[in-house]
Ligand binder design. Structure first.
Ligand code: AMP
Ligand code: MG
Length: 439
């Protein structure tokens, strides 16, 4: 594992007072490595878990050539064998249902009634759908007949699914790093796989710092505020499917902070704090991190969420093992959310062993002009409302101060305005990060 210094050295030369958010993100993702711990769970308990190894199909799917239609199975060579412009006429034999044992065509001038999913009988390679056919009784027995016009539309091999065409035995069904969704579990079930190797859940400890903070449910003293970041962080972590360890609040005291961080480093793979990363008199996070680990401190050119500490801490001075990756987020409630989605989410998912895909963004027009100065990447809260023309437009939720959590709650998503971008006009297309995609 590289040291933080090796990784951040590539950022030397950039303005430490205004680090580009993409550079910080890249440095973080370069630093984190998946936690190496695997467990086996029953298939039904694997929803949302991250696959720890590729799954190879033990069988062909489908397991046999089979019929894609309800109809009649026959040898495709019969199509060429009949006289030009003659109907296709074949003596009818037994009926085959899905699940019946494999059968065989008695002779090439015969056909068998076949149902969707039934195994193709030996000697047959083609199925004619029943809508094409009429049945008639003749002195030779019952026959299936297809008119000359419809016969011309048939080719050998029609309406037959080939063995292994969905998935051949030995081929990869699912790749390591995939977060298992309902369709994936169904696919594994179709292969007869009852247990899967998944990454153990990532353990993430989190706490809020600040002498002014009061836990929810307790009376509020004059000058105090409720700790909302703890609740927000716990909820964001729950959506990522990690095991979140809630350490509550820690006061602005270096000794208390050190004790909480050392405990977290011993118990968790990653630690997230909020508050205390500015340069005020009560901001100790950076200094304590530096004492018990490695720290990179960045003032990023984003709004909201300027200062952030990132690094690694250890439980004791021996610094054995990988320690815990640490994110010291700012204290303002909106900044906590923005920095979490911008820098923390993908890093945690990478640590958890997931092959991370970037958050989906889509482009929508602005409903009204938006003021912005070039220089910082801005995240502004928007509601998405469809106009009478059916087009969704992004409406700002009003004041964008980084402490205003209500406007975050009212919003459907964030618009992301690039660093170099200046003010925008109504109708300009902007990148939207919808909240419902933030899982
Ligand atoms: P700080 O980064 O510690 O200077 O905090 C910045 C602002 O965010 C201050 O107004 C804090 O009171 C507020 N703040 C910090 N932590 C929390 C929290 N856990 N819940 C709500 N507000 C907070
Ligand atoms: Mg504080």
């Amino acid at each position: 594992m590289k040291t933080l210094e090796q990784i951040t050295s590539c950022l030397n030369g950039y303005d430490p007072e205004a680090l580009d958010a993409d550079l910080a993100r890249a440095a973080i993702l370069d630093f984190v490595r998946p936690v190496d711990a695997v467990e086996t769970v029953p298939l039904r308990a694997a929803l949302g878990r991250i696959l720890a190894a590729d799954v190879t199909s033990p069988i062909d799917v489908p397991g046999h050539d089979n019929s894609a239609m309800d109809g009649y199975a026959f040898a495709g060579s019969a199509l060429a064998a009949r006289a030009a412009d003659a109907p296709l006429q074949l003596l009818l034999g037994a009926t085959l249902h899905a699940g019946d044992a494999p059968a065989a065509l008695p002779a090439p001038d015969r056909c068998l009634r076949i149902m969707t999913g039934a195994v193709m009988p030996a000697g047959c390679d083609t199925v004619v759908p029943q809508e094409f056919c009429e049945l008639a009784d003749t002195p030779e027995g019952r026959v299936m007949r297809v008119s000359p016009e419809l016969s011309k539309q048939l080719k050998p091999g029609d309406n037959r699914r080939l063995r292994g065409e969905d998935l051949a035995a030995g081929s990869r069904a699912l790749a390591a790093g995939r977060r298992l969704r309902p369709a994936d579990l169904g696919l594994l079930a179709s292969l007869g796989i009852a247990q899967v190797a998944v990454q153990r859940k990532l353990r993430v400890a989190f706490f809020s710092t600040g002498d002014e903070l009061t836990p929810v449910g307790e009376p509020l003293a004059p000058g105090a505020i409720y700790d909302s970041n703890g609740t927000t962080l716990g909820a964001m972590l729950a959506r990522l499917g990690v095991e979140a360890l809630d350490y509550g609040n820690v006061g602005d005291d270096p000794a208390l902070l050190e004790a909480a961080l050392r405990r977290a480093a011993g118990e968790a793979d990653a630690v997230i704090t909020s508050g205390g990363v500015s340069v005020g008199e009560a901001d100790f996070t950076k200094q304590v991190m530096a004492r018990i680990g490695e720290v990179a401190f960045w003032k990023m050119s984003i709004r909201p969420g300027r200062p952030m500490a990132f690094g690694r801490i250890w439980a004791d001075d021996a610094r054995a093992g990988a320690g815990a990756v640490m994110f010291g987020l700012p204290g303002n409630p909106v900044a906590v959310m923005v920095t979490f989605y911008c820098f923390v989410r993908d890093a945690l998912l990478t640590l958890a062993g997931e092959a991370v895909k970037p958050l989906p963004r889509f482009k929508l027009p602005l409903a009204a002009p938006v003021k912005k100065k070039p220089g910082r990447t801005e995240f502004q809260r928007v509601r998405l409302v469809a106009g009478e023309d059916g087009v969704l437009r992004a409406h700002l939720t009003g004041a964008q101060g980084s402490g205003i959590l209500r406007s975050m709650s009212e919003a459907d998503g964030l618009i992301v305005l690039a660093q170099h971008q200046g003010s925008l006009a109504a109708g300009d297309l902007v990148d939207v990060l919808p909240f419902e995609a933030l899982v």
